[in-house]
Design a protein. Sequence first.
Length: 341
Amino acid sequence: MTSNINTTIIANNLVTGYRKSGGFKAIPNFELNFKANEGELIALIGSNGSGKTTLLRTIAGLHPSKSGDLSICGLSPLKADRLEFAKSLSIATTELLKIAYTSVNDFVMLGRFPHSHFFGKLNSKDLQIVNMAIEETGIATKRNEQMNCLSDGERQRAIIARTLAQDTPVILLDEPTAYLDIKNKIEILNLLKSLTSKFRKTIIFSTHDLASALHLADKIWLITLDKIICKIPEQIIYDDDLAKEFNSDFMQIDKNSGNFNFIDKYNINIGLSGDYGVYNMTLNALKRIGFNVISNKSDNLNVIIEENEKLIIWKLINFNEEQIFNQLEDLILHLKIFKQK
């Protein structure tokens, strides 16, 4: 069956990096081969210093490449006319968007610059697109406020609105969810996902939030020490690519769910019994402070959850010595001190 999906980005044997005294420093230090299609939300991930930002800036034509071929909607980032290229790709980075004392509306209008005539005057179509971008990103009530008065989440929405107003097939975002709380982080990523679906945009964003990327992105681009891996999230998990890159003594990626499991270093056994609703809460707390929890009873140290006059109590038995705690917090504090002795 023939696919009607257009390819927006193609890289063949691309070597990225930057010029420095004495030559060109390649980051990452190998050839890159990848492609992106319209309507795809792509998460660019990798360890610190792996070359994520360098790659985004190279795609945007802000960094020269050492060798290889790179095409954005049929245009070369470095050879194309800058105004024409700006109609194909928009980018948002913290370096490019340090505009404070301007309104949200005026800031989003900057995205129409490549489409305005010589004097930069906006026509009715431009204003309609600006209004659409502001509405789509959910900041209509903030359109007259200054950028420096917005919260981090609102500011990020305004930045995305500016790139949306530029009306390009490709949008690049460098760490769009950095410094955001978990609620705003998920909302921003869902906004990006909806824009790829509704407007058939190719959106590539760099991130360190692997869990969110795996659950929301259509494709993962993983930069490792010797290659770039481009796969759908389910495949990159199944093939152990993420495990090879990120597993450690303290964290492992669950191959079945794609979730991250923290590894606790247990050194003391403790028994736990009781069928009350606080059992799992107690279990998690004991594991958090470094106990290996055994169902029912251990040889010497045990916690028994009981109900005493309709109140839940935690009974700690250390050999023949018994102590009672009315709050889980008090039990955990006692056991932390016990471990240090």
